[in-house]
Design a protein around this ligand. Structure first.
Ligand code: 3HC
Ligand code: NAI
Length: 693
């Protein structure tokens, strides 16, 4: 039995209307209907002279109900709810606490007075879902906050805190109390004694707009979100609407809203939002409590270990870092210190906290005895099986029973690492991405022998670090790196056939990737890909990568790789790499052909989707949505395309399978449709059909 999503009670002369729709009070159809009813009741309630609107639980209202998007709209609409509020002749007070987002803020903008509790966050994040504020937000917010601040809030999707909302005039007061209703009743009392209700936001003058003067801002917004349509459309809704009568502006906003709601980008972004949350929920771990994880150990303080240690410290955990000797420990501590200090500069940490954290929560050691009390240890030493096994056998000796032992290996066999201990049930993989304090993805790699509460601890650590967790099976390269290998192999084939690395990168960036594969190789170091290939016994398509490594052209750190890193922006192609590629073509008897950008994208994406289908087919990723989350959060895949599996569904799997079959004639070993892809394509099914299982 669920309780009423909207309750109406009277306290003396004040109607108290409470929205109660856990967990975040999303404005679902039932909430909207409840609000319209409550407003009608308030209007008819002769004994009620003012109304207070609050949210029960953690926040006011986190916006429209995202799960309703893409389904037939159910009346009343959110604009009708807002109209029911700002059509009142008696004053309505909204008290905002916790998340007040999207349609939640738009509801509040319909009220006569807005009071915020100190911890409230206010925002219009619609563009992050591929839509725009569709219940008056594009017109009411500028009337309170001014044009530029409103454009910034709407097009950035970034929430603001209560103090900033007060400074911008979005709320009338920030109060110290912690009970929304008490604060609302006080504000309502004040309003009732003040005389006529304050003007409605809609009746305030619209800001003056000089469209020509705003053109550069529009261009900047478009450039900051290449390929995406929501941000500039939202900008247009604000600016064009400001010149129209209010009712016409709302109609214009709604028309643009509906257009975006029907767009593939909206579908992709909502898929990404829901997939991120579903990925971290493993039905088999329902009710399994994680183990303790307050005291962390990190072994190895290089690029990854230092980043992991810093991420844990910034999340309030206690970290002991083990290095090989005191010099290495000092260098590791410096790296950690630099990252934590950088968080102050990036506004993520208050100034005094840096020194406090480093002094009280962080220490280095060279002796494993320092990990005696650790709850969870993450190993991040060199990518070498023997080195890792040696570390795990030390951990087995030093750590208390029940401590969780994790490896950050990129590719190695976690079972073989676990075998170096007498407690394989306590071992799992926690695959962080570089830089570990920035990248949001964490692959939680769960080998068959791992105990359920150890797996649950991995997921709980991800939550604690505010990372997006995805379960991966213990197979070579897990989910992401395995798909990456296949993607790179397809890129190398295109280069051998005649494309340049820079052209491949540009085509994929045009598709929306944050970086192209060769730019990524230059960043990470070309030798890393080479080492992985050698270990796997994979022969490169062309041998230019090995030749680059032999010549020391390792990428950015060497000043040259596929590109020249001499400070020129953007980095020009390295002629040395181009010459090596030309030699490889000559040796292979290939005459370079001109390859159009759309063919580059089609082939790389087909290779990615095909390998991803194998990863899902083998159970390494549980569902297609897990692949999407990994690629979006760890590999720069454009979120507004949802992820490779969502993208493939939109293209049609039959089309992709047919492309692969077509290319098989030229390279049958590489272009073989994965059985899962072939099967879904033959049945006219979609990857998304497997997400619900
Ligand atoms: N609709 C439906 N479900 C929602 C939701 C929404 N707007 N917001 C959150 N949820 C669900 C989540 O899917 C999750 O479900 P689960 O438990 O089944 O996985 C649950 O609520 C809790 O969410 P989080 O795990 O994200 O909890 P957090 O505490 O970390 O974050 C939050 C809370 C800040 C509210 C975050 O969920 C969030 O940012 N939500 C989206 C807010 C948003 O984008 N609102 C705009 C909607 S569009 C709109 O309003 C259109 C209007 O202009 C017409
Ligand atoms: P790195 O070379 O920067 O750091 C390794 C550190 O481990 C060095 O500081 C070294 O002194 C220390 N070390 C080596 N043996 C040790 C031992 N026995 N005891 C204590 N410390 C020891 O390497 P990086 O890049 O940080 O990689 C570490 C691990 O993380 C590898 O397994 C790698 O595959 C993985 N990884 C790397 C990513 C990257 O982008 N660099 C991404 C994800 C995982």
């Amino acid at each position: 039995m669920t309780s009423e999503p909207v309750r109406y009670e009277r306290h003396g002369a004040v109607a108290c209307i409470t929205i109660d729709n856990p967990p975040v009070n999303a404005a679902s159809a039932a909430v909207r209907a409840g609000l319209v009813d409550a407003m009608a009741r308030f209007a008819a309630d002769a004994d009620a002279r003012a109304a207070v609107l609050t949210g029960a639980g953690r926040g006011f209202v986190a916006g429209a109900d995202i799960t309703e998007f893409g389904k037939p709209p159910q009346p009343p609409t959110l604009p009708e709810v807002v109209a029911a509020i700002d059509g009142q002749t008696k004053p309505v007070v909204c008290v905002l606490h916790g998340a007040t987002l999207g349609g939640g803020l738009e509801i509040a903008l319909g009220a006569h007075r807005r009071i915020a509790l100190a911890g409230a966050t206010l925002g219009l994040p619609e563009v992050s879902l591929g839509i725009l504020p569709g219940a008056g937000g594009t017109q009411r917010l500028p009337r309170l906050a001014g044009l530029e601040a409103a454009i910034e809030i709407i097009t950035s999707a970034r929430p603001i805190d209560a103090a900033r909302a007060r400074a911008l005039g979005i709320v009338d007061a920030v109060v110290a109390g912690d009970d929304p209703r008490t604060e609302g009743l006080a504000a309502a009392q004040a309003l009732m004694t003040e005389g006529p209700p304050p003007p409605r936001v809609r009746d305030l003058p619209a800001p003056a707009v000089d469209e020509a003067a705003l053109a550069p801002l529009r261009a900047r917004i478009a450039a900051a979100h290449p390929g995406q349509i929501a941000q500039v459309t939202a900008f247009d809704a604000v600016v064009e609407g400001a010149a129209l009568p209010f009712a016409d502006a709302l109609a214009h906003e709604r028309a643009l809203f509906v257009k975006l709601m029907d767009s593939p980008q909206r579908a992709a972004l909502v898929h990404a939002f829901l997939a991120e949350r579903r990925a971290a929920r493993l039905p088999e771990l329902d009710g399994v409590a994680p183990r303790a994880m307050d005291r962390l150990g990190v072994v190895g303080g290089g690029t990854m270990g230092a980043g992991i240690a810093a991420a844990c410290l910034l999340a309030g955990l206690d970290v002991t870092l083990i290095e090989r000797d005191t010099d290495a420990a000092r260098a590791a501590a410096d790296r950690v210190d630099t990252i934590v200090q950088g968080s102050v500069a990036r506004g993520k940490l208050r100034a005094g906290r840096h020194a406090e954290i480093m002094a009280t929560a962080f220490r280095t050691a060279t002796d494993y005895a320092a990990l005696r009390d650790a709850d969870l240890v993450i190993e991040a030493v060199f990518e070498d099986l023997d080195a890792k096994r040696a570390v795990f056998s030390e951990l087995d000796r030093a750590c208390r029973p029940g401590a969780v032992l994790a490896t950050n290996t990129s590719y190695l066999d976690i079972d073989a690492i676990a075998d170096a201990t007498a407690r394989p049930a306590d071992v799992l993989g926690l695959h962080f991405f570089s830089p570990a304090h920035v990248m949001r993805l964490l692959e939680v790699v769960i080998p068959a022998r791992t105990a359920p509460d150890v797996a649950a601890t991995g997921l709980a650590l991800a939550r604690r670090l505010r990372k997006v967790a995805v379960r991966a099976g213990a197979a070579e390269g897990f989910i992401g790196n395995r798909i990456l290998q296949a993607t790179r192999a397809s890129a190398d084939r295109l280069v051998l056939a005649g494309a340049t690395p820079a052209q491949v990168d540009a085509a994929l960036q045009g598709f929306g990737f944050a970086m192209g594969p060769y730019a990524v190789l230059d960043l990470a170091g070309i030798e890393i890909g080479q080492a992985a290939r050698r270990r796997l016994g994979v022969t490169a398509v062309g041998d230019w990568a090995d030749a680059l490594v032999d010549r020391g052209a390792l990428g950015r750190k060497a000043g040259r790789g596929y590109y020249l890193h001499d400070g020129t922006r953007p980095p020009p192609p390295n002629p040395e790499a181009e010459a090596l590629i030309a030699e490889a073509r000559a040796r292979a008897g290939v005459t370079a052909r001109t390859i159009p950008d759309d063919e580059i994208v089609a082939r790389v994406m087909a290779a990615m989707v095909n390998e991803a289908a194998r990863v899902v087919g083998a159970g390494v990723a549980r569902r297609p949505l897990d692949v999407d989350v990994v690629l979006v959060h760890g590999y720069g895949f454009p979120r507004w395309r949802g992820g490779p599996m969502h993208w493939a569904d939109a293209q049609g799997l039959d089309r992709i399978a047919a492309q692969i079959t077509g290319w098989a004639a030229e390279d049958p070993a590489f272009w073989r449709p994965a059985p899962l892809l072939a099967d879904l394509a033959a049945r006219g099914a979609r990857f998304a059909d497997l997400d619900d299982g």
